[in-house]
Design a protein around this ligand. Structure first.
Ligand SMILES: *[C@@H]1O[C@H](CO)[C@@H](O)[C@H](O)[C@H]1NC(C)=O
Ligand SMILES: [Zn+2]
Length: 562
């Protein structure tokens, strides 16, 4: 009785939103049938749990490294699920597992083989995937989520279209053999193989703990294990319309915003610095404070300055309210910058900290002290700096400020210091169209959930209600409108490697307290179902666009029967 009224109001709200959406005419606002819903809501969750049990560790923790026995079992399981979804499957020479529905393009592609390189743009597949390997003592969701949801979304679409052959456009799911880089200390080996970018030293020099090389490991597992064979795994960009990856957020932003999922606008760029300080080693008891050259004290000052430079100011007086509101404000600030171009003038003036891009994060994660004794003034300190931001301008500005501050501190203290720029990677934008389509898919899914259709996600309903009744934010009341908009990925993913050749898009899923690379990693079943539905909506929109395109083509050729 009490429940009926808000339900109806939400339904009306959701329908109003759907009617306003340009997708409504194409029908992507419609939910999924019972079988497809089961694949998305329940089976995907069960499969994640099943995959989470496939481990090399005897102590019950989760560990699957490149081509380990557990990895081989996980590959077989993923291949079986792909076939169950109606895909033809194969394993490439870098150990990646593939499944593909060719749809209307089936005639063009030979069965049981990678896509031919002669396919036209219309038969280019949306590629969906993530990695099947894990770190040691891992969680069940990092990587596995993207593979399992890719398979679930394809299964749902095949069911909805009444068979794989009825899909207008191919969809290709991939489970990467290595992303975490645990075995060979080199990340993204699976995805780098697909873009032809496995590093030379992985072929020539790198060995695992047993002294086996990457190619040895492949050969021992029945692959050809030659550089030429691995290079055959490279995909032709003409065959790939876009690469889309669903991944746990590995951060707390969605949880703070009470959102189940959000599209990603960019993967942050990264700079790593190696800083080495040399002071004067001495006796902690006998050397007076004045005139010391204490490397630890100098490092502490530098690290503190860096943290200050990179931290956005607290909310102004008057904006201060409930903690949740502050957090929401933080998220909005992030969202508000999401459409700017890379060349924006950001935070070049460190005196005006309000200009600090709040995707900027600066971390000193490793500090080494020489000699490291309680009664000795340190003679040397080495520390690392990791600086990341959504825009290269914001990152470069922070790096320049950091180096300048470090050098000034060294000069003031009369110490020798050496700052090495150890690594630079530019920010990688997601394709704007793919990101916008994923954002639409999130909104449609939230509307559906709010309207209680097709296995509604309670989490989404909560988020919907939060959006329209809490925080007093005008943007939140739009009936399924995402509060978060688009997020920035602070971590690299397979999508980062894939971006070398393909358009990319990512969908982040809320994870508990932002914890990952840990057995405490957790995504809620409702959020997994929400993401599965959002991905399926996205893929359906792509299919409908292809359908529309095909009809358009026929019309132009005058073959359309009116
Ligand atoms: C700092 O790095 C230099 C150069 O790599 C090395 O020689 C030195 O031992 C390091 N110091 C510490 C405290 O790790
Ligand atoms: Zn991952």
């Amino acid at each position: 009785m009490v429940r009926a009224a808000p339900r109806l109001a939400l339904l009306a709200l959701a329908l109003a939103c759907v009617a306003a959406s340009p997708r409504a005419a194409l029908g992507s606002s419609v939910g999924f049938g019972p079988e497809a819903s089961r694949a998305l809501d329940l089976e995907a969750w069960e499969r994640l749990q099943e995959l989470g049990e496939i481990t090399d560790a005897s102590d019950g923790s989760l560990e699957r490294t490149f081509l380990s026995p557990a990895s081989r079992r996980a590959m077989d399981v993923a291949l079986a699920w792909m076939r169950d979804a109606g895909m033809r499957t194969w394993t490439d020479e870098a150990g990646n597992v593939h499944g593909r529905v060719d749809g209307a393009a089936a005639d063009a592609a030979p069965p049981s083989s990678p896509p031919s390189s002669s396919s036209s743009a219309r038969s280019a597949a949306v590629l969906v995937g993530s990695h099947l390997d894990t770190v040691r003592d891992a969680g069940k969701y990092d990587g596995a989520l993207g593979v399992v949801l890719g398979i679930a979304a394809v299964k749902a679409l095949v069911l909805e279209y009444g068979g794989a052959a009825n899909l207008p456009r191919p969809i290709h799911v991939v489970g990467f053999s290595d992303e975490e880089g645990v075995r060979f200390g080199s990340t993204f080996l699976g995805s780098r193989a697909l873009v032809g970018a496995v590093p030379d030293d992985v072929f020539d020099r790198v060995a695992d703990a047993e002294g086996l090389s990457f190619l040895d490991a492949l050969r021992l597992n029945g692959f050809e294990g030659t550089r030429a064979a691995v290079e055959r795994a490279t995909l032709d960009p003409a065959d790939v319309a876009a690469y889309v990856e669903v991944h746990i957020e590995q951060g707390p932003v969605l949880q703070r915003a009470r959102e189940p999922a959000a599209a990603v606008s960019a993967i942050a760029g990264q700079t790593r610095l190696a800083v080495r300080l040399r002071g004067d080693q001495g006796h902690a008891g006998t050397v007076p404070m004045r005139g010391r050259k204490d490397a630890v004290a100098a490092a502490a000052e530098m690290i503190h300055d860096l943290e200050t430079r990179c931290t956005p100011p607290p909310p102004r007086e008057g904006e201060r309210g409930e903690a949740a509101e502050e957090e929401a404000a933080e998220v909005h600030a992030r969202d508000a910058t999401a459409d700017d171009d890379d060349d924006e003038s950001s935070s070049s003036s460190s005196s005006s900290s309000s200009l600090v891009d709040d995707s900027l994060v600066c971390t000193v994660g490793d500090v080494r002290v020489w000699p490291g004794a309680s009664n000795v003034i340190a003679g040397g300190v080495n520390f690392t700096v990791d600086i990341r931001a959504r825009t290269d301008a914001a990152r470069e500005s922070a790096v320049a400020d950091a180096i300048q501050t470090f050098e000034a501190t060294c000069a003031t203290r009369g110490m020798r210091c050496d700052v090495e720029r150890a690594h630079d990677a530019p920010a990688t934008p997601c394709d704007a169209d793919v990101a916008a389509a994923l954002e639409r898919a999130v909104r449609v899914t939230a509307s559906e959930a709010a309207a209680g259709r097709g296995g509604a996600s309670e989490a989404a309903i909560r988020s919907e209600q939060g959006g329209s009744s809490e925080g007093g934010d005008s943007r939140g009341g739009g009936g399924g409108e995402s509060l978060v908009g688009q997020l920035v990925s602070g971590a690299g993913h397979d999508a980062l490697a894939m971006a070398e050749r393909f358009k990319i898009g990512m969908l982040f899923v809320r994870c508990l307290d932002g914890v990952s690379h840990s057995p405490l990693e957790r995504a809620e079943p409702e959020d997994v179902a929400f993401a599965a539905r959002a991905l399926a909506h996205y893929l359906r929109e792509v299919q409908e666009d292809a359908e529309g395109g095909a009809k358009e083509e026929k019309r132009r050729e005058g073959r359309e029967e009116l």
